[in-house]
Design a protein around this ligand. Sequence first.
Ligand code: HEM
Length: 419
Amino acid sequence: MPKIFRDPSFDSTLDVLREGYPFLYNRSQRFNSDIFQIRLMGLPAICLHGAEAAELFYNPKLFIRKGAVPRRVQTTLMGLDAIQTRDNGEHRCRKEMFMALMGPASRQRLMSLLAEQWQRYAHRWEKMDRVVLFREAQEILCRAACAWAEVPLAEEEVSQRARDFGDMVDGFGGVGPRHWRGKQARSRGEKWMRGIIRAIRKGQLPVQKGSPAHMVAWYRDTNGELLDVQMAAIELMNATRPIVAIATYITFAALALHEHPAYRQLLRNPAEDYAELFVQEVRRYFPFTPFVGALVREEFTWHGFEFPKGTLVLLDVYGTNRDEREWQDPEVFWPERFRQRKPSPYDFIPQGGGEFLTGHRCAGEWITIEALKQAVAFLNDGIRYDVPAQDLRYNLTRMPTLPASGFVLTNVQATGKGA
Ligand code: HEM
């Protein structure tokens, strides 16, 4: 039986927080291995890196999610006992509901709502001295996500709700105040969503059949019962909050346009969907999800390595997207790489890998790609702007990360085009 490399550190919990995104990648490089072992919170954890390991990780017969996501991540990012922690038929049934929201007509409706907001905000920005793109994009996405989901959002609530959605995401890798902000944002958000679910069920809030709010409020689990109000609130938020999180990729896309202005012309070429290549590279190159975790369902071996039942297994998302075996010059931002070959469900995993229905691959991947393409078109042609001197560096030891300034624009002029 081959020997598994063990990280010499007695416990790596603090190192993960200290090193951030490259933690797993650094070790897989150091050990020159796609598999190695660390200790996390006192327990052994097997770490996996690369496409072949991702294929293993996304085999639902081998892994379960119940018990794999730390409580601190559930109480900020995704909600307690949500779809991300479900397995087998229960997961499949709930995932079908999420995927039913992702059809072409539903996506098109979201994109139209977003396009309206981008144009509206462009005119607002003309009157502002300084626009922090990240914050503004969060508001745009929040307004459109709520309208799409048929979640009522009063004008005076917009900025707080947008910030709360953002803080839930920001809280996942944080300790101290950042974690608490995320938790508080989540309790406010869940209370809000519980009120909406109750109002729909009592017939006090009319919503269109097939809209996200209607689907979640009336969804019946494998036991034939409606979700309890709290669970429905959490899942309605799982259909809206991550739309606001696309602001992170939009901010990185703005950075890529700024650092590589030559792509502006290529993005205007009507003969090719260059935006597709560009946004795929944004999702590959820039850090967002560091890793995902699961527990071994029943003991098995892989390439002679033993996976004992119940062991925590972490898949290196950040590092797999920059694995030199799959990606030539991975540290170079180069959208054309996606013209040369189509990624597989395992070598390009910014939003998880594998299958949508039978696995935990992100339900919102198509929405993310379309919303990003639209935002890139808007930044390229919908407005003209200056990028003043500012700190655009992003810190890989902070999870999630972002250009420090949030990407500031000045002298914005709307052109009426794009988006
Ligand atoms: C799951 C990332 C946008 C809904 C996931 C997973 C990741 C992810 C890494 C987990 C994969 C795994 O556990 O193996 C992202 C990123 C996004 C994004 C980086 C961009 C901002 C969205 C959007 C939606 C969405 C726009 C819906 C509107 C979900 C849901 C799950 C999920 C429902 C749970 C899937 C399951 O457990 O089966 N996402 N996501 N996400 N995402 Fe996203």
